[in-house]
Design a protein around this ligand. Structure first.
Ligand SMILES: [Zn+2]
Length: 327
């Protein structure tokens, strides 16, 4: 790597976002019933891709991630995707997940998990409220005084899984260390924190249930599928940008990822974050604890463009290791 670009440019796609304010299923239905709408969205995406700027540094960064994502996809297959009309769509099969009732709310279940992991729970959980307009997609929003979590708590285990992901964002964003908060390192580390706490925290929740074995196995499959999708979407976007061949296989309804329908450029973040946390989610979660532990600093999770190539070793991990204990 010659030098590290600080900024990741995101090219906005107009017109796709409103579809995902309700639910993914509703969005899928709308697109099925309106082929013209789908054609318009693709045309808009092609326009945005054509305008998207890529510096030489970014091309280099993408190139390294393309290699990692191809290797990860080969390890992670086969995915646990839902199917519609005999085609795989990018929605992860989670009917088993919905069948587990929470004793109280997602917020209270998350509080127990955070305590077990020795992470602070009070401030983050006090900020949780429903996203304006509803919808299943959670997010962590910056406010004038800090951050707040917008996530639906409907008392289901699905909402717990979403909430734990957002708590990972919150704990990272609340104390990210020095440096710009809009750069590549920040984006990737925040997403890696969210993926790691989602992975480890929900596994911790399941482990406390009776007969946890089968559910934990399904959860591991779920997480592998999520990682597989992150790499698939990144390679798809990189191919659109002329940087590589498209990934093998095909998914119907690519538009069901909200960031893919609203921006060009962000799929790199998910893929790089998946690679960053794949072999050590517990380690990343430990580093979300307040200072007093190893301390927090920019590049703390050691993404590949920082010294100490801990992450490079993750990319060359023997096949199967990630399957057994990680996503
Ligand atoms: Zn996230």
């Amino acid at each position: 790597m010659t030098s590290v670009p600080e900024l990741l440019v995101l090219t906005r796609i107009q017109g796709g976002w409103d579809l995902f304010q309700t639910s993914y299923v509703e969005a899928a239905r709308t697109l099925r019933r309106n082929p013209g709408r789908l054609a318009d969205l693709w045309a808009e995406r092609r326009r945005a891709v054509a305008l998207h700027p890529l510096s030489d540094d970014l091309r280099e960064l993408y190139g390294a991630q393309i290699d990692r994502s191809r290797a990860a996809m080969a390890r992670l297959a086969p995915p646990l995707l839902q199917r519609y009309a005999d085609q795989a769509v990018p929605l992860i099969e989670h009917s088993w997940l919905r069948s587990i009732p929470l004793r109280s709310s997602a917020v209270e279940a998350a509080r127990v998990v955070l305590k077990e992991l020795s992470l602070p729970d009070g401030e983050a959980l006090a900020t949780v409220s429903s996203p304006p307009g509803g919808g299943p997609a959670g997010r962590t929003a910056k406010t004038a005084t800090g951050f707040r979590i917008l996530a639906t708590d409907d008392g289901t285990t699905s909402s717990l899984a979403v909430l734990l992901h957002e708590l990972g964002h919150f704990l990272y964003e609340a104390d990210p260390g020095p440096g710009p908060t809009e750069g590549i390192v920040h984006y990737v580390e925040s997403e890696a924190a969210a993926l790691a706490l989602g992975r480890v925290g929900f596994d911790r929740y399941l482990a406390a249930l009776p007969d946890a074995g089968e559910r934990r196995r399904l959860w591991a499959s779920y997480c592998r599928t999520e990682a597989w999708l992150n790499h698939f979407y990144f390679l798809t976007e990189a191919a659109e940008l002329g940087l590589c061949e498209p990934p093998p296989g095909r998914l119907d309804m690519l538009y069901l990822r909200d960031t893919y329908s609203s921006t060009v450029g962000y799929q790199f973040v998910y893929a790089a974050a998946s690679s960053l946390m794949a072999d050590r989610p517990e380690q990343l979660v430990t580093r979300l604890a307040p200072a007093g532990g190893p301390g927090r600093a920019r590049g703390h999770f050691a993404p590949p463009w920082h010294p100490e190539p801990a992450w490079h070793t993750a990319a060359t991990t023997a096949a199967g290791e990630e399957m057994t204990s990680r996503w």
